[in-house]
Design a protein around this ligand. Sequence first.
Ligand SMILES: NC(=O)c1ccc[n+]([C@@H]2O[C@H](COP(=O)([O-])OP(=O)(O)OC[C@H]3O[C@@H](n4cnc5c(N)ncnc54)[C@H](OP(=O)(O)O)[C@@H]3O)[C@@H](O)[C@H]2O)c1
Length: 257
Amino acid sequence: MADLKGRVALVTGGSRGVGRGIATRLAADGATVALNYRRDEAAADEVVAAITAAGGTAVGYRAAVDDADAVAAMVAAIERDLGTVDLLVSNAGTASRGTSIADTGPEEYMRLLRVHTLGPLELVRLLLPGMRTRARSDVVVISSSIVGETPPGGAPYTMAKAALEAAARTLAREERRHGVRVNIVAPGLVATDMGSRLAAAAAGRTIEELDPSYPFGRVARPDDVAGVVAFLASTDADYLTGQRIQVDAGGPDSTLL
Ligand SMILES: NC(=O)c1ccc[n+]([C@@H]2O[C@H](COP(=O)([O-])OP(=O)(O)OC[C@H]3O[C@@H](n4cnc5c(N)ncnc54)[C@H](OP(=O)(O)O)[C@@H]3O)[C@@H](O)[C@H]2O)c1
């Protein structure tokens, strides 16, 4: 367990999937968690209730990360309610439509860039003044192993994650003089709603059907990603910044996904 007592963490897209796992883990390690979600208030409430029942502290905040006004209002509300955010996990994300470059217009690229790159950078811009006042702050961005794989039909998503990674590495160098660590976590397939849809679209299989063909006998679970995020935010990772950790057990044996 990482000792995150006294830290205020904002986890975007914390109502489901990977973000839920990360929020739950950070709260269990002692952080106060601001749990962002876009639409599904009931799911966010359920995560907050589970964290609270386990003795942790979490508050839900609704905002689409690609809506600058909503993000600004959310940051103001979190700072008023919980204080300065010193740990941002930029996790919220959505898949692209799976069309080839020949069949993809500019709006689909912009939609993905707004969610995965431009929205998170605006969030970072708003949080940095507070983060710089702390002895240590962290930004962890959730990217994807897909950046190194560039599969057909994935250009808008892959490009948006690649841009996010480039910005994160730049931010790491710019902000280390202010005590801000910036690292990238890049999962392979994870068993979530998004992962299930990807498995169905790319392989016509469920996650459970894919499990035996994956390293260690299973597709990754949200907790696999959450543990790495908790480590990066811990004092054990005090001297790490600008790093990228791929959470995919060395890559799948199957070429399907
Ligand atoms: N699953 C995989 O196989 C996989 C692999 C590599 C990387 N990733 C990345 O991991 C992250 C989490 O993915 P996941 O599998 O957990 O996805 P998921 O199960 O579809 O959950 C997505 C979460 O993000 C939120 N969200 C979506 N769009 C948002 C927006 N514009 N603003 C704020 N919140 C938004 C959703 O909130 P609502 O429910 O309220 O809409 C939900 O909490 C994403 O960045 C994804 O690209 C996933």
